[in-house]
Design a protein around this ligand. Structure first.
Ligand code: URA
Length: 249
């Protein structure tokens, strides 16, 4: 039987590629090459109209100003979101995107947050330029679970776990009950809550439905991916494909 043909790598013109990665306009890229600022496989690159395969190893082969090229499209960023920053491209005030290298805000396709955390929620947040992956993660059909650590204003009554697990809790102004959620009580005013949906202010509204109030909220887990203990608030790192897959486990 004939072997299936190997998929050909996507190719791109170097000036277009670097421009889509936020390094400047195509004219800027030509100027940078003219000033010997771009290398490929250790050689000075002069013809920026050349097409090259866009493979994940490009950052190891290409350098701009002696620094490895940024990751090519298809990146997934794990951020420990600090308090006080907004998951938006356009709101006033500090934005999560300002925690990434400034050049990345010019990238095409754009980097977006995978779902949102409230301005006053901290913890595990993914960002990606891979639209398909983003939609697979936030798709309600997949019911990917998320665990939050909640600190509460008032002591838990003991009734919350059963109510959250019931699948019958109706939030204010909604007509569809919440899917069952799991509550693990850590102390009278602290709990881990695992939910499989992503409704607006969901965790805060769930505790509000029990007459309580969330003082602090921190996301610890998304699917099988945990927030690493050594990733400081405001810090981020890229996820490799194996780590990306953990979200679906
Ligand atoms: N639930 C909330 O209430 N806020 C968040 O940021 C995430 C889940």
């Amino acid at each position: 039987m004939a072997k299936p043909a190997a998929a050909r790598p996507v190719t791109a013109r170097i000036d277009k590629l670097l421009s889509s990665m936020g390094y400047g306009s195509r004219k800027d890229i030509a100027r940078m090459a003219g000033a010997d600022r771009i290398t490929l496989d250790g050689e000075r690159l002069s013809d920026v109209t050349r097409r090259i395969p866009v493979l994940a190893d490009l950052p190891a082969r290409m350098a701009v100003d002696d620094r490895p090229l940024d990751p090519v499209a298809g990146m997934v960023i794990l951020l420990n979101k600090p308090l006080g920053v907004t998951c938006s491209h356009s709101d006033a005030g500090p934005l999560v995107y300002e925690l990434l290298p400034p050049r990345w805000r010019q990238r095409e396709p754009a980097i977006s947050t995978v779902g949102r955390l409230d301005k006053e929620t901290s913890g595990l947040l993914l960002l990606t330029d891979d639209g398909d992956l983003l939609h697979r993660i936030i798709s309600p059909r997949r019911m990917i679970s998320k665990t939050y650590h909640a600190t509460l204003a008032r002591p838990l009554t003991g009734d919350e776990a059963a109510l959250f697990a019931s699948g019958s809790l109706l939030l204010n102004n909604e007509t569809k009950p919440l899917e069952p959620a799991t509550l693990e009580v850590l102390s009278p005013t602290e709990a881990l809550l695992t939910i499989t949906e992503g409704r607006y202010h969901q965790v805060r509204r769930m505790f509000a439905a029990c007459g309580n109030h969330v003082l602090a909220l921190h996301r610890l887990r998304l699917g099988g991916l945990h927030l690493p203990k050594d990733l400081q608030a405001g810090s981020w790192r890229l996820l490799d494909p194996t780590e990306q897959q953990q979200v679906f486990e």
